[in-house]
Each structure stands twice: as structure tokens, then as C-alpha cells.
Design a protein around this ligand. Structure first.
Ligand SMILES: [Zn+2]
Length: 383
């Protein structure tokens, strides 16, 4: 029996798999610090303005106050006062348990007073899995390295160990250099020379920006067979956005394919249509628009619709990219579910999609694609 075009779509989502997220700050936040997490900017809002007056800020005021016993859209200072009254731990518990997220794939590469994956899972009641950030791993090892050869050996060992314990890797080469990197694997002599130069010239904690070493990391991770997440598109002003277009990765995508590695393009905005194209034409490329949905708020539906123009439905993954504030888990999950439900309802109502296909695609994007790509059913850390 076919569904009549006007039949309303009843849609329910499975527990979400958040395949890209971070810890949240443990300590209490004042208004200025809270505001700083509502933007990718690394400087305070312009005089006389606040980042609460943005799509993301409005989304926080829409979805979070009711979870703390206030009315939706309540003023920001009332919300922040209520937050202080309840305390960080209780706020974290209330917000996370309302997200409908069942699995967190946590990028543990950001330093600071952040919750660990286990603390997140304990507060939210889900399973956690680690994603290892390559550049942070290399920088930690460089701090302890006795010389070039011992550094490169320790790095190879650490990548192999991470492939055993983590479900994937992440690279922020887009930040450190840009995605306009030479595509091929650098030869060992060039890697050794670059590592020697970097170690000789770096102070403890120094960042890895050398393009040869960044490529070495990408290839080392790709060869483990674990999925490799790549930052693309917008982020904080540390990056040059025009050098973060995922289409710059096209030759790397081709070159790395024989390793069997899966590449997951993160964020992508405003290049999400290019990312959708890559996901369409290359079997090992997947795309995510988590951060973009949170930051575009009431416009999230349009961004998601653009991704679903060309990306095959088995290639799109849900994430929140929440960082710092548990509120970002709430708005990331809520905006995603609502945007996707509205789109699917519309397409079913106009007779373009069947209700059965719409339900299947909702489950794929919300959870099943990530479960398959990261092999989640094989094991996870539970609190
Ligand atoms: Zn992130």
C-alpha cells in the first residue's frame, strides 16, 4: 500500500550517536565566559553587543531554560542566574539527560578544565568512545622526546596504540596549515628532516604546523584503518577559512583511497555542498554539519537541506561538536532532530519520499551511519 501524499509523517529518532564532541567546562562560568562559548571567535563580543544575540544564542534561550525550570526564551541573565543557583554538576546532568544522545565520540585533544569522556557519560547516561587528535598526540610526544628517531618511533607506537583503544582519529591540519597540502605520503627522509627541524626549533608546548609532519600524521592514521576525521570549513579565527574548503582535499582523497581509510569531513560550512559532492563521488568520504546546525539555529533546516541535496543518505553523520557548554549538546541535538523531521515531513507530504524511506534515513543519519563507520557495536567505554 502506498502512503497518500498528504499523510502526516510519524517519525521517532533512535538514541543519537554524537560522532564529534568535546568535554564541557567543570567550573562555574560568569556571563562573559559563557558568552565566549557562543561563538567561534576568540575575542569578546564587540562593545555594546553580546553573542547571545545570534542564531546560536537564541537557540540556547529557546531550548535550555525549560530544562532548568524556566520559560523558553527567558532573558539571558535570568538563565545564567538559574544556572549559578543549580551549580555546574546539576546543570550538566539536567541538560545532558535531555539530549537523547546515546553515544558520545569525544575528541580529547583540547586542553583545559574539561569533563573527561567518562564524566560526560556518567552525567548523560550514555556510552563513550575516544577520538584521538593527531596533532595533540604529536605535540605531547615532542615535549618528552630525546631526539628525532625516538620521537618518530614513539609517534608510530602511539598511533598504533590509539588505533587499538580509540574509534578514530581527528586532524586539525586545516588550522595548522590549511588543506592545501601535497596529497601524497611524504617519504621517510623528508619526514625525518622535518621532525629534526621542528624538534630543534620548538619550545615545550610548541604547535605542530610543518606541512610535511602534518601529512605524515594523516597518512600514519589512514594506514591504521581507523576512520580519520578532518576539520574543514569554519572554526575559530586561528584558521584561514579559504584554505579550509574540503575540495582542497580532492587529490589527498584519491591518493589515500588504497589504504582503505574512511575520511569524515567535519563542520564543512560554508563549503558543505562541496563536502556533499565528495561524499557522493568517493566511497570512503563521509560528511557532517553538526557545528553548522548549532550556529545557524533557525536556519539549520536550510543548511541540512543543502547537504542532503547531493550527499548519499548513508554518508551523512550527526554530531553536536559541543564544547565547553552542556547547552551546546542540547541545541545541537534539538536543532538536528527538528531540522531533519521538518525536511522529511515536507518531502513525504509532497509525495517525493515514502514515509518508510524517511524513517529509515532519519535512523541512518541520527545513529546507524556512525555505528557502521566507527564499528561502535564492537565495544565502548562505559562509566
Ligand atoms: Zn570540534
Amino acid at each position: 500500500m502506498t502512503t497518500p501524499p498528504s499523510a502526516p509523517l510519524s517519525l521517532s529518532f533512535p538514541p543519537l550517536v554524537d560522532h564529534h564532541c568535546h568535554g564541557v567546562v567543570r567550573h562555574a562560568l560568569d556571563a562573559a565566559s559563557f558568552d565566549s562559548y557562543l561563538t567561534e571567535s576568540d575575542t569578546p563580543a564587540a562593545p555594546g553587543t553580546t553573542f547571545f544575540d545570534s542564531q546560536l544564542g537564541f537557540a540556547v534561550r529557546r531550548w535550555c531554560p525549560p530544562l532548568l525550570g524556566l520559560e523558553a526564551h527567558c532573558p539571558a541573565d535570568r538563565y545564567l542566574a538559574r544556572r549559578r543557583e543549580l551549580g555546574s554538576e546539576e546543570v550538566l546532568r539536567r541538560l545532558l539527560t535531555a539530549t537523547g544522545i546515546g553515544d558520545y565520540l569525544v575528541d580529547t585533544g583540547i586542553p583545559g578544565d574539561l569533563t573527561t569522556p567518562r564524566e560526560l557519560a556518567a552525567a548523560g547516561g550514555g556510552a563513550v568512545h575516544e577520538i584521538v587528535r593527531l596533532e595533540s598526540l604529536a605535540e605531547r610526544l615532542a615535549d618528552a622526546a630525546a631526539g628525532t628517531d625516538s620521537f618518530l618511533t614513539a609517534l608510530a607506537d602511539a598511533v598504533a596504540d590509539a588505533a587499538d583503544t580509540a574509534v578514530g582519529f581527528k586532524s586539525v591540519a586545516a588550522y595548522r596549515h590549511g588543506l592545501d597540502l601535497a596529497p601524497e605520503r611524504p617519504d621517510p627522509g623528508a619526514v625525518r628532516a622535518a621532525a629534526g627541524r621542528w624538534l630543534a626549533g620548538r619550545a615545550p608546548g610548541g604547535r605542530l604546523t610543518d606541512p610535511v609532519l602534518l601529512r605524515h600524521l594523516l597518512w600514519s592514521a589512514a594506514e591504521t584503518g581507523r576512520p580519520l576525521q578532518l576539520h574543514t570549513g569554519f572554526g575559530d579565527p586561528d584558521l584561514r577559512l579559504h584554505r579550509c574548503d574540503p575540495l582542497l582535499l580532492t587529490d589527498f582523497v584519491r591518493a589515500v583511497r588504497p589504504t582503505g581509510c574512511t575520511l569524515v569531513l567535519l563542520h564543512c560550512y560554508p563549503y558543505h555542498r562541496g563536502a556533499a559532492y565528495l561524499a557522493n563521488v568517493f566511497p570512503h568520504v563521509y560528511a557532517d554539519v553538526g557545528l553548522a546546525l548549532a550556529h545557524t539555529g533557525a536556519r539549520a533546516r536550510s543548511v541540512l537541506a543543502e547537504v542532503l541535496e547531493l550527499a548519499p543518505f548513508g554518508k551523512v553523520l550527526f554530531s553536536t561538536d559541543a564544547y565547553g557548554l552542556p547547552e551546546l549538546y542540547v541545541v545541537g541535538a534539538e536543532l538536528f532532530r527538528r531540522a531533519l523531521a521538518r525536511l522529511l515531513t515536507e518531502w513525504v507530504a509532497e509525495g517525493a519520499w515514502s514515509a518508510g524511506d524517511a524513517r529509515r534515513v532519519a535512523a541512518l543519519v541520527a545513529a546507524d551511519n556512525s555505528r557502521r563507520v566507527y564499528g561502535l557495536d564492537a565495544g565502548s567505554l562505559r562509566p
